[in-house]
Design a protein around this ligand. Structure first.
Ligand SMILES: Nc1ncnc2c1ncn2[C@@H]1O[C@H](COP(=O)(O)OP(=O)(O)OP(=O)(O)O)[C@@H](O)[C@H]1O
Ligand SMILES: [Mg+2]
Length: 319
């Protein structure tokens, strides 16, 4: 049976301003163009701004209403966007500790989200590696890390991936003290401590006997992370994802795949204050074409698509 969570895609990346929200929006728009029912979720609790990007200045409803139980079900806070087939759940501002919901609140959000009628649910995550952000990232079986060619972004993307893996391992082995202690040592090895890579952690787990090693390998194999390199300005930068991929392989044992490259697009950059107009008129934008290709590949990974129409049509936008 198809796992209901398959429709979840989380978009994170550690660093602020690398384009997580734009990537969420543009992939969402492209999937909607491909006839898929899309719901964007602004999971940047405390720093939400996805509504602004789709041209909604003052959201009537937001996740805050759901978290505060002003509404019973999450469909009551879904808003239409000017893009046909694409709806939005606005994020909550950081009032009353909204940026750090309790475990039960997070679980309630995710339990309601998974019941929604949509082909794709895209979670736009905030910057940083807070537990809330990482938990949303881990919940989605499809995980995208956005980075730019800047060295700081590469470092933060790796830090975000590492934090996600170790939170996943901590959760998985939360009741097994011996294993937890080894995981802790591997996550921040003290000088001279032998466990400075996941490969060495695997050796330690093998020595524990039983199914420990197999379960660890299973965690590593199921962490399905893909990267998008955004804001490329030079073809020489095409391979920056290799840096993250090779460090993640060598130190974390993770196989990370490329999902796509998106060039720096001046039209997109200057349109940030009026994205609704950009979405309706800028069908020729370079970045839009790359986002469309990424969305097509995402859909193709679920089913065979008819050949891509290179004449990127503008999505239907209401007045
Ligand atoms: N491919 C691109 N070409 C040009 N500008 C871009 C591109 N992608 C994103 N930008 C610009 O970068 C800025 C930051 O984008 P965005 O808000 O999506 O980043 P973010 O990672 O979500 O930031 P935050 O962590 O603050 O939520 C925006 O002004 C946006 O227009
Ligand atoms: Mg953002």
């Amino acid at each position: 049976m198809e796992d209901i969570r398959d429709k979840f895609w989380a978009i994170g990346g550690g660093k602020g301003g690398v384009g997580k929200s734009i990537v969420t929006l543009m992939i969402g728009v492209s999937l909607a163009k491909l006839g898929k029912k899309v719901i964007l979720v602004d999971a940047d609790l405390g720093g939400s701004n996805l509504h602004t990007l789709v041209g909604i200045q003052y959201p009537k409803h937001s996740l805050a209403d759901f978290i505060n139980k002003k509404v019973e079900t999450i469909d009551e806070v879904i808003m239409n966007t000017p893009v046909e087939n694409m709806r939005l759940i606005c994020g909550a501002d950081d009032i009353l500790g909204m940026a750090n919901p309790k475990y039960t609140q997070k679980t309630r959000i995710l339990n309601h989200l998974k019941k929604l009628d949509a082909d794709f649910i895209l979670l736009d995550l905030g910057a940083g590696t807070s537990f809330t952000t990482i938990d949303f990232f881990l919940y989605a079986p499809n995980k995208i890390v956005v980075l730019t060619p800047q060295i700081t972004s590469i470092q933060n993307a790796y830090g975000f991936i590492k934090a996600s893996l170790f939170r996943y391992l901590n959760d998985t082995f939360s009741k097994e003290d011996e294993a937890l202690n080894l995981i802790k040592r591997a996550s921040s090895p003290a000088q001279g401590d032998g466990i400075d890579s996941v490969e060495k952690l695997c050796d330690e787990f093998r020595a524990l006997g039983g199914p420990y090693h197999e379960r660890l390998i299973n965690c590593i194999d199921t962490l399905n992370i893909k990267v998008i390199v955004n804001m490329l300005r030079d073809t020489k930068e095409r391979n920056v994802s290799n840096i993250v991929k090779s460090v993640a392989k060598n130190y974390l044992g993770l196989t990370i795949e490329d999902l796509g490259l998106v060039p720096f697009d001046n039209i997109l950059s200057v349109s940030i204050n009026n994205m609704a107009e950009f979405l309706s008129k800028r069908r020729d934008s370079m970045a839009s074409i790359h986002f469309y290709d990424i969305a097509s590949n995402i859909v193709k990974s679920y089913q065979k698509l008819p050949t891509r129409n290179p004449a990127l049509m503008a999505p239907k936008i209401s007045a």
